[in-house]
Design a binder for this molecule. Sequence first.
Ligand SMILES: Cc1cc2nc3c(=O)[nH]c(=O)nc-3n(C[C@H](O)[C@H](O)[C@H](O)COP(=O)(O)OP(=O)(O)OC[C@H]3O[C@@H](n4cnc5c(N)ncnc54)[C@H](O)[C@@H]3O)c2cc1C
Length: 306
Amino acid sequence: MIKIYTDYEVKKHSTFKIGARVKKAAFPETIGELIELINSNEYDLVLGNCSNVLFSSQDIDKNIIFTEKINKYNIDGHKVYVSCGTKGPIAASECAKRNLSGFEFLIGFPGSFGAMIYMNASAHNQSVSDCFICANVYDTENKKIININKEQMQFKYRNSIVQEKGYIVLDAEFLLKEGNEKTIKEIMQRNIEFRKNRQPSLTFPNAGSVFKNPDNDSAGRLLDLCNLKGETYGGAMIFQNHANFIINKNNASSSDVLNLMYIMYSKVKEKYRIELVPEIKYIGSEKTQEYKLWKKITENTEMMQK
Ligand SMILES: Cc1cc2nc3c(=O)[nH]c(=O)nc-3n(C[C@H](O)[C@H](O)[C@H](O)COP(=O)(O)OP(=O)(O)OC[C@H]3O[C@@H](n4cnc5c(N)ncnc54)[C@H](O)[C@@H]3O)c2cc1C
């Protein structure tokens, strides 16, 4: 029996620790259940570990499927099979124990494989695309499972065919390289140390980088040049050590975060004529004032995608 809740508070799922209630939340445990829910046409969105989203603090008129319980993985020689909801750090630690190299970068952030393939997650000069072989995705329009290889996946910076076509990642296969547990763990430790000084850990709730890097530049650099580190709006604050992170410092609402995002977006636009594109996705009802603010921040992104 699939666990389905109505008027479900999503705050505890979000790494931002922000969010009111959604109309319906479903937690499938198998890929079959996930497809059954998608085919019901009752759901608006599929989410993994909610580490790249900002839920509204006002009730959200949406039905959401969470994949966190579809979290199986299997390691066979150098091949690693993961279901969509499997978390990166869990697979990375298990691979390290088996002397498998390629997932060292996953140790530092709490993404699920479905989302990481959707947006080609990367860090420390490694990306999900590096060791990727293929994925089964669900084509929601034609209601069928298709197998997509690396070339067909068209991985780019923070993008893949999954995003373009609205596919849902079901599971995936990777081929890792032979390594050495000690060296792999040293690299992981280095990655963790690097983040400790430059990025907020989850002790300061956040949802990773706020904006994508523009071509040949860094959003963090531009925001820093606008002197935005430490800037606050309500309970939200731009992280002191990295200007492209917003932390939930003191019971921030989604509106606090969006207002801060608008300040960041506007300052960079004014000073450098660059319109930053959000990496974080906002999930809220279209009737609210704050949705209008989100539309202002993403106006240009949508024009570019037309
Ligand atoms: C402290 C911190 C550090 C971070 N550092 C990095 C970093 O270094 N590099 C990096 O790339 N990211 C980083 N992130 C961001 C985030 O972890 C990644 O974007 C990750 O891929 C999101 O995974 P998720 O499961 O939480 O996705 P969610 O937030 O649940 O969803 C994100 C998007 O993916 C889509 N999605 C989810 N599951 C599926 C699926 N099965 N099929 C299709 N689409 C799906 C959702 O619809 C949504 O649009 C960081 C986040 C935090 C909090």
